[in-house]
Design a protein around this ligand. Sequence first.
Ligand code: SF4
Ligand code: SF4
Length: 89
Amino acid sequence: MEVALPRCTGCAHCKDVCPVNVFDLRPREQFAGVVDDPEVAAKFQFRAERSLVVNGPECIVCAACLYECEGECIRILDSEGHEHRSVYK
Ligand code: SF4
Ligand code: SF4
């Protein structure tokens, strides 16, 4: 699984809802060279951090993060090879 960093606003919703602690928030300075996606920037405020996948294999594909991700930037490949993408409610 992965987070498309240019689209991550740092809203922290992923970390808040994930039952198995897949995500962690890191300061934006750690992502030097990542340019904010203008489509997301037009809709949301970028915060001081971005989300990083730190426990990807623990994901149970509950889909909670997929409905809470402002930037629609989370992509999960499940064990059967199916792709799941975040769509903000
Ligand atoms: S789909 Fe995976 S990463 Fe997302 S909240 Fe559920 S367990 Fe966590
Ligand atoms: S929910 Fe999406 S936009 Fe918000 S911090 Fe997590 S990955 Fe970034």
